[in-house]
Design a protein around this ligand. Structure first.
Ligand SMILES: Nc1nc2c(ncn2[C@@H]2O[C@H](COP(=O)(O)OP(=O)(O)OP(=O)(O)O)[C@@H](O)[C@H]2O)c(=O)[nH]1
Ligand SMILES: [Mg+2]
Length: 432
């Protein structure tokens, strides 16, 4: 498992991509791409940044106005969220290619930069705030005639997934001919493995996993204090007071880490072990005078050493307060992580306290910064510890990236899946 990380670090690739794909060696080979292709894909990816939640409208608006606003917004975002190309274009392109049956949809996209170019144009700033179009369940059942278009028995899982979704869209859009179906951008992102849909099972598994035994294992001030156990690590980084410790507590569904209203609460590098399988690492915030004033970089030496050289660090979540602008320290952090080929992802916190306009401007500047990097996953996760928004995304991302997938725990005692109803009841109890 750890050799995989080494490989990721050795290659200047989009290491973030590996997190949503099962970490087998084929996939790793497929994401090791020539530099030029990589740039293309990154550009594509960063311009299609998706959000996981839709900001709420302000309270106190009249219901009618609210509806009107919602409709307007829907109209504004529906159009740009669709790719100009219909599935017919894809079919044509595939069929013109003598080897088309052997190619996956992903190969196809990678070989067709024009497609990527178009993707760049279709995403407007409004749609960035709105987030991806949900792929709803079809209202009527679909009767797809003839042979599947893209896939056969030997097709990759991604292609079969894509075909199934296109069929659902046929029903939703009322099209009988598969070639008239418009394909939402989000589906392409998912097919590329940039963003996977969370299944109920994934969420359940993550809930069970993070309900297991967890404790503060090590508090480190210097690198000699770092734990010797080689569990995979996922770290929470960001300015003081953005909500790193709070997010960690939300993920673990209990108050393990100290949280405070004033900045500079966490002063040591805290390693929390979960079920003796992985570490979540809560870091002191940067931008807080006592911690970082005298240091040459945004963070202290021990933090640098941990973030930039730890062989077991699988991913860093870089937290940004969604009410603030991106800070120069955040930019410096992004650049440092990128230089050292550390896979990281932006997480917006306190989404319950922000407004769509604040988000829009933050997304604008984040998009620019993400574009400059190669190791930042383009998908931005929006979270709120108050109403648990985005916590499932964080949990499943952690499990994916550290290879703690459901299949590996199938036969393990104590990981029986509770029914959905039990989970709901637990949630209610926690709220009380
Ligand atoms: N409304 C709201 N408040 C939050 C959220 N997350 C954190 N907070 C509050 O933000 C404050 C700071 O949270 P911490 O988790 O201590 O922040 P931190 O990033 O760990 O700070 P340092 O340890 O100083 O670096 C606390 O008062 C939290 O209650 C959130 O999602 N929504
Ligand atoms: Mg803290």
């Amino acid at each position: 498992m750890f050799s995989l990380v080494k490989r990721i670090k050795e290659f200047p690739l989009i290491s973030g991509n590996s997190i949503y794909i099962k970490n087998n060696i084929n996939v790793i080979q497929s994401i090791i791409q020539p530099k030029q292709q990589q740039q293309q894909q990154i550009y594509y990816a960063t311009t299609t940044t998706t959000t996981t939640t839709t900001p709420k409208f302000k309270r106190g608006t009249f219901a009618g106005k609210l509806k009107e606003k919602h409709e307007k917004r829907k109209a504004a975002t529906l159009k740009p969220s669709y790719i100009k190309y219909t599935s017919e274009d894809i079919i044509k392109k595939k069929k013109n290619d003598p080897n088309y049956q052997k190619k996956s949809f992903q190969d196809y996209l990678e070989e067709n930069p024009f497609f990527v170019e178009d993707l760049k144009r279709v995403r407007s700033p409004e749609s960035l705030v709105k987030g991806p179009l949900p792929i709803e369940k079809p209202k009527k059942s679909i009767d797809v005639k003839g042979e599947p278009i893209f896939t056969d028995e030997l097709s990759s899982e991604n292609d079969r997934y894509f075909e199934k979704k296109v069929q659902n869209l046929m029903a939703l859009q009322g099209k009988e001919n598969i070639s008239e179906v418009k394909i939402p951008l989000e589906l392409v992102e998912q097919t590329l493995g940039i963003q996977r849909e969370l299944t109920k099972k994934d969420i359940l598994f993550a809930n069970v996993f993070f309900s297991k035994e967890a404790s503060l294992d090590t508090m480190a001030i210097k690198s000699v204090d770092f734990p010797k156990k080689h569990f995979p690590q996922v770290a929470f980084l960001g300015k003081s007071n953005v909500g790193k410790s709070t997010l960690l507590n939300s993920v673990l569904r209990r108050d393990l880490a100290y949280v405070s209203k004033s900045a500079g609460c966490t002063k040591t590098i805290n390693f929390y072990q979960i079920w003796e399988k992985l570490y979540l690492v809560d870091l002191p915030g940067y931008g807080f005078a006592k911690v970082s004033k005298k240091k040459s970089t945004v963070w202290g030496n021990a933090i640098s050493e941990f973030l930039l050289t730890s062989p077991n660090l699988f991913k860093v979540f870089l937290l940004i307060d969604s009410r603030n602008k991106i800070h120069k320290n955040d930019i410096e952090a992004m650049s440092l992580l990128d230089q050292h080929k550390v896979s990281f992802q932006i997480v917006l916190t306190k989404i319950d306290k922000t407004t769509p306009s604040m988000l829009r401007s933050l997304y604008g500047s984040l998009k620019e910064e993400i574009q400059k990097t190669t190791c930042c996953l383009p998908t931005i996760i929006q979270t709120s510890s108050v109403d648990s928004k985005g916590i499932d995304d964080i949990r499943t991302t952690i499990l994916n990236v550290t290879n703690m997938d459901r299949d590996s725990f199938k036969h393990q005692e104590g990981i029986k899946m509770p029914s959905l109803n039990i989970m709901k009841e637990n949630k209610k109890e926690r709220k009380k």
